[in-house]
Design a protein around this ligand. Structure first.
Ligand code: GRF
Length: 192
């Protein structure tokens, strides 16, 4: 299976996914693409020998369809079986998402269906939740929804800040996403 990974920043989740796709893993990374040409993850991917692409969403101010058409070019050229969103911070249109229906994954830093959207850790702390975590789910047009493929839970500790909680969750993300992708890529009987 061929995997393309979309990032917007440092790409720590992308890194773990790429590092896991070796040996008997049923998938290989074929592209890392970003909406930000300055994304730190692009260099990390290139250093690991993975092809990269960048489409600056700021060059398409307000023209979401134009941005996505530009992003589709390297994506379709790489012809991935699976797309992983990993710290990708742009909302994709239903038209884009539906092209990869059933084979696009995302990691979201909350225990969905709680806290879709942004500032998830601050919201969990504010709500007085005992635990927080991350979710890997299939991407559907509705934001941060779609079938849940795996979750990881961490305790919220007294005195936690959004930053301290995010750091605890990130450690679990780096374990969860590779595990879910390995399963998804092996179980899946997609053609191609
Ligand atoms: C992580 O919290 C992830 O859950 C969210 O983006 C953040 C940064 O991810 N989607 P990464 O370090 O760029 O992979």
């Amino acid at each position: 299976k061929k995997v393309a990974i979309l990032i917007s920043g440092g790409g720590s989740n992308m890194l773990r996914l790429v590092e896991d796709m070796t040996g008997d893993h049923p998938a290989r990374p074929v592209l890392v693409a970003s909406n930000d040409p300055e994304a730190g993850g692009l260099k990390k991917a290139a250093d690991l020998g993975v092809a990269t692409a960048a489409v600056d969403h700021r060059a398409f101010r307000g023209d979401r369809a134009g941005f996505e058409a530009a992003l589709l070019k390297p994506l379709l050229a790489a012809d991935p079986d699976i797309i992983c969103l990993a710290g990708f911070m742009r909302i994709l249109t239903p038209a884009f998402v539906s092209r990869f229906s059933g084979r696009m994954l995302n990691i979201h830093p909350s225990l969905l269906p709680k806290y879709p959207g942004l500032n998830t850790h601050a919201r969990a702390i504010q709500a007085g939740d005992a635990e927080a975590g991350a979710t890997v789910h299939e991407v559907i047009p509705e934001l941060d929804a779609g079938p849940i493929l795996g979750q990881a839970r961490v305790p919220i500790l007294p005195g936690d800040t959004p930053e301290s909680l995010a750091a605890r969750v990130l450690v679990e993300e780096h374990r969860l996403y590779p595990a879910v992708l390995r399963h998804f890529a092996s179980d899946d009987c997609r053609d191609g």
